[in-house]
Ligand binder design. Structure first.
Ligand code: UD2
Ligand code: MN
Length: 286
């Protein structure tokens, strides 16, 4: 059952609630712009974004507040391309969204899933949010009917990517872009923090979702379409050779390892013009 617009009204000043399915301004299929954008061009291209990276509807109040969490290290070109694509999409979808870049400082191996936990905790320290969308920096949505919102079950948005021939690669796949309400993310105890390096963390997330008896809500293939900006495997994100072994204990670990056990050192929080930028240090586990 969806919460009523009245109860979940977000923002201030605007009385009229936005429609639950605000489809009037949508285009459908998008070009998916991949040209480089300089950060100093963002204010000219998207002047309505508030400092710290909030976009919200101007003539109605969204029924939920969304934090878009982007795990990040040294992918500036991708980040600005992504923002240039999704900022206007958020506007057309009448989403009240705030962008958080969660940057992992060197030297430890990259840990995408732990950064999601950091983003969840840090976003809630700054403001209240109903919905958390965890978004790879390099995935460009190709259809704005893919509404960036949360629902009764965890959402998997990126179901059809160019690198998988625009199909779901396997049934349990929840990589790329996923969304949880605050309650759902707390109930699954977030992501595992143990996956340093490339791979496995998304399959661990599936086990956590499934273990708590959630279904996974997905758009149609034509709607959940994305292109990934081409890239090579990053230095500092080498294949995680432990991933298969870790995955075997995913369900046993769920309640004792994850959001409730994450350790990190927060180095800085900056309210930049088009995003909130949080830099953290993660230490490799004991
Ligand atoms: C796949 C999945 C991704 C994740 C990953 C395994 C797709 C489209 N995505 O991505 O969801 O499960 O495998 O870990 O299949 N990042 C940085 N800097 C780095 C390394 C990673 O910013 O040095 C971030 C960035 O947001 C990136 C994400 O982590 O999009 C995933 O890393 P990737 O893009 O290198 O991995 P990829 O494309 O194989
Ligand atoms: Mn990628």
């Amino acid at each position: 059952q969806r919460p009523s617009n009245e109860r979940k009204r977000a923002g201030t000043g605007v009385v009229e609630p936005c429609p639950l399915y605000p489809t009037d301004d949508l285009i459908g299929r998008l070009a998916g712009l991949k040209e480089c954008v300089a950060p100093e061009d963002l204010p000219r291209l998207h002047p309505y974004v508030e400092k710290g990276g909030r976009v919200r509807p101007t003539n109605c109040t969204a029924y939920e507040r969304v934090a878009i969490i982007i795990p990040f290290r040294n992918r500036y070109v991708h980040l600005y391309i992504l923002l240039n694509n999704i900022i206007p999409m958020m506007q057309r979808q009448k989403v009240d969204a705030r962008f958080f870049v969660i940057e992992q400082a060197p030297p430890t191996i990259f840990n995408r899933a732990a950064l999601f936990n950091v983003g969840f905790i840090e976003a809630l320290k700054l403001d209240s949010f109903d919905c958390f969308i965890f978004h790879d920096v390099d995935l460009i949505p190709l259809n704005d009917r893919n509404l960036y919102r949360c629902d009764e079950h965890p959402m998997h948005f990126a179901v059809a990517m160019d690198k998988y021939e625009y199909k779901l690669p396997y049934k349990k796949y929840v990589g790329g872009v996923v969304g949880f309400t605050k309650e759902q993310y707390l109930r699954i105890n977030g992501n595992s923090n143990l996956y340093f390096g490339w791979g496995g963390e998304d399959d661990d997330l599936f086990e956590r979702i499934d273990n708590k008896e959630y279904e996974i809500a997905r758009p149609y293939l034509d709607v959940g379409k994305y292109d990934m900006v081409r890239h090579k495997q990053d230095k500092g994100n080498e294949d995680n050779c432990d991933r298969r072994r870790l995955l075997r204990t995913a369900r046993q670990r769920q309640d004792t390892e994850g959001l409730n056990t994450i350790k990190y050192k927060r180095k800085s929080v900056e309210l930049r013009s088009h995003m909130t930028w949080i830099t953290v240090q993660l230490d490799m586990a004991e």
